[in-house]
Design a protein around this ligand. Structure first.
Ligand SMILES: O=C(O)CCC(=O)C(=O)O
Length: 276
């Protein structure tokens, strides 16, 4: 476990050794609350906030990434200005800079995860982001819990040190992302923890990670993630598109930007020097 107060060399050494960092309460509570409320509004009435549980809850039928309900709701999440700006805050950039040791570049693709209960088998299978995002070793994933996540709610878990073995073969799988990488015999020791709001995970692009099933009765896990790299590293073209823009009609940057209050930062990647 790491803290923002840890010094840069400790963070980098741990990241190089384990292939991930779990940093406690790295994002301010008010930033998580604001984004979570916006996402809940986009997911209404399917998901709402339960004041007693202090967690999001499902109303009605469960759904999963790529089904008809999710496809209808997700463009509303993607249209949120707060969602896209979340990973570009100075605090985030400064953290990425500390991990990379050089100027970070945030991928345009931003992902929101809505892990509903009663969808066992549709959780994120074990995978490496290097494969999914066609990325090299200096790319990293950053994942943020937008509320407390307990053991029943589909926590994200990592295989420590797995980045050292390179990029693995994959096969098709059910669940978020649709592919699963090979897990070698004996790789049974996964690292996992409950999350508090604002806790983050940072993974090396080759670190194997997955989600546990959401076995809660009605609690929903909401989190957001993106990828970043050292400025100038090669970035594959699909990362310049909105998440699922390649399969949901009309989910393009024009529709995402249509109602933003400010145009600042829109199409920021157009000047990026190294895409393929
Ligand atoms: O939150 C999830 O279920 C998946 C997250 C993930 O795989 C990632 O951020 O790369």
């Amino acid at each position: 476990m790491s803290r923002l107060e840890d010094d840069d060399s400790a963070l980098r050494t741990r990241f190089a050794r384990d292939g991930y960092l779990f940093i406690k309460q790295a994002v301010a509570e008010r930033d998580c609350d604001a984004l979570r409320n916006d996402i809940l509004q986009a997911l209404s009435p399917h998901v709402s906030w339960d004041e007693t549980l202090n967690k999001p809850v499902l109303n009605g039928q469960p759904f999963y990434e790529t089904d008809a309900t999710w496809d209808k709701l997700y463009p509303k999440v993607q249209q949120l200005e707060s969602f896209h700006r979340f990973f570009h805050q100075p605090r985030m950039l400064s953290l990425m800079h500390r991990i990379q040791g050089c100027q970070p570049w945030v991928y345009p693709i931003k992902m929101a995860r809505v892990a509903t209960p009663r969808m066992l088998g549709y959780e994120t299978p074990p995978h490496q982001d290097a494969y999914s995002h066609h990325a090299g070793p200096t790319m990293a994933g950053i994942w943020v819990a937008l509320h407390d996540v307990d053991a029943s709610m589909g926590r994200v878990t990592v295989l420590p040190g797995s980045h050292k073995g390179g990029v693995r073969k994959v096969h098709e799988a059910q669940g978020v992302g649709g592919v699963q990488c090979v897990i070698h015999p004996g790789e049974t020791h996964w690292h996992v923890s409950d999350f508090e709001k604002g806790d983050i995970l940072i993974f090396n692009s080759a670190t194997v990670h997955r989600a546990e099933p959401n076995t809660a009765k009605n609690k929903v896990r909401l989190s957001v993630d993106t990828r970043f790299c050292d400025y100038g590293a090669p970035v594959f073209s699909t990362n310049l598109q909105p998440h699922h823009g390649w399969r949901i009609e009309g989910l393009d940057w024009e529709s995402i930007y249509a109602n933003w209050r400010s145009r600042e930062g829109q199409y920021y990647w157009e000047s990026y020097p190294h895409t393929f």
